[in-house]
Design a protein around this ligand. Sequence first.
Ligand SMILES: *[C@@H]1O[C@H](CO)[C@@H](O)[C@H](O)[C@H]1NC(C)=O
Ligand SMILES: *[C@@H]1O[C@H](CO)[C@@H](O)[C@H](O)[C@H]1NC(C)=O
Ligand SMILES: *[C@@H]1O[C@H](CO)[C@@H](O)[C@H](O)[C@H]1NC(C)=O
Ligand SMILES: *[C@@H]1O[C@H](CO)[C@@H](O)[C@H](O)[C@H]1NC(C)=O
Length: 455
Amino acid sequence: MERGWLHGEGFLLCLILHLLLQGRADIFTINCSGFDQHGVDPAAFQAVFDRKAFRPVINYSIPTHVNISFTLSAILEVNAQLQLMTSFLWLNVIWYNPFIRWNPEECGGISKLSIATENLWLPDIFINEFMDVDQTPRGLMAYVTSEGHIRYDKPMKVTSICNLDIFYFPFDEQNCTLSFSSFLYTVENMVLGMEKEVQEISNISQNLIQNKGEWILLDIHQSTTEMTVDNSQYDQITFYVAIRRRPFLYIINLLVPSSFLMVIDALSFFLPAESENRAPFKMTLLLGYNVFLLMMNDLLPDTGTPLISVYFALCLSLMVLSLLETVFITYLLHLVTTQPPPMPRWLYSLLLHCTSPRERRLTAPQKGNKGLRLTPIQLPGLKEPMELVGKVPGPQEAELNGLRESTRTRQEDEAHKHLVSLWVQFSYMMDTLLFRLYLLFMVTSIITVMVLWST
Ligand SMILES: *[C@@H]1O[C@H](CO)[C@@H](O)[C@H](O)[C@H]1NC(C)=O
Ligand SMILES: *[C@@H]1O[C@H](CO)[C@@H](O)[C@H](O)[C@H]1NC(C)=O
Ligand SMILES: *[C@@H]1O[C@H](CO)[C@@H](O)[C@H](O)[C@H]1NC(C)=O
Ligand SMILES: *[C@@H]1O[C@H](CO)[C@@H](O)[C@H](O)[C@H]1NC(C)=O
């Protein structure tokens, strides 16, 4: 009997609970009759608005599923000095609110309403890399469906920190991350999901960013991770945004002028070394290059040492080297034409060995005319004439001596001229050799820089 009573009580309890739950389910259904005739009745939504301070779930053990997606519409700035990327994106957040539900048939087929977001609970999705105050405009609206799905879109100017490597500037690619996660809710209360395939996000963004600004969007990748902070786990979706700089502006403004100046510098070696024009010309080029560097300084990244700076420094040092070479050759020419030092025997044979057959043929008859006196052993004797002049000749021998001496001085003049011409020849050879070394160095360094850039 006792048992039967208990049984009856249990049945009654079950019935009451069942009725209560059913009643509750009805409470959450918004009575939307009349919406199509008198507009939306705010009182019908009051129960929903009153709950906006709390996460909209019936059973608090169940996490809220929030789906996100975004469209990257512009990459405004990439600041290498502050390591910041400023981009503009539209964030779409979709979640489910079980307290909003109505029957569209009761209200003339209204299945979607827009509601001011200040009346609704919003998931606190933020971007971990965000380094600025949120400038999201106030008073945004959200779409609410008759099933309780809420779609909230907001524009965001995202200044995110990004590890920028400008070594390959202006041919650089950057890989910036945007990690979306909840500010407060741990993984037990909020689970993040993707609203769209990442490939779709990537394609839409690529179409939008096309032909805009300095950067091209290459690709967007995505990975879902869990972030642990102080024993709490937060759901997090990380997007990797790969961008590449459009180098055209920099090629036109930096590389082309620099290359022109370099080519002119190399060609200026064809100006005759004995003319006084070469050094001032190179000086002017160097000055022009410095002015170019000063003007182009603000196009270069503010920090770090990109390869292009190394390239400019290389060009500058090549120009300085070529100027130094010209100074050296001019000095050498000046020295050997005014007071030629004795030519060492090895240098003489080297000169004979190295001059081209054509030049040798030109010098050979000269040498034949001057006979044995012009052997290199006698060439060093420049002081000899002075000693000979010092001797006072006898009066009878004067005429004969005068004749002999005039022939001798003529011969010595010839010897002197030949020595000078040999030295001049040597200077030209030095000039050619240094020019070839310069070209070799220039070509190897430029090829090295190009190879580094293309990798
Ligand atoms: C909905 O509200 C209208 C009046 O606004 C009322 O006549 C109707 O009975 C209500 N429907 C339900 C299911 O409560
Ligand atoms: C709430 O959800 C948890 C986990 O899904 C479940 O174990 C529990 O029974 C639910 N509570 C109610 C009252 O439905
Ligand atoms: C989120 O996305 C998943 C998978 O695409 C889907 O099953 C789920 O219903 C979505 N949730 C919401 C609230 O839209
Ligand atoms: C960007 O970096 C992430 C992690 O370092 C890597 O998984 C991803 O493949 C990179 N993306 C590109 C396009 O390099």
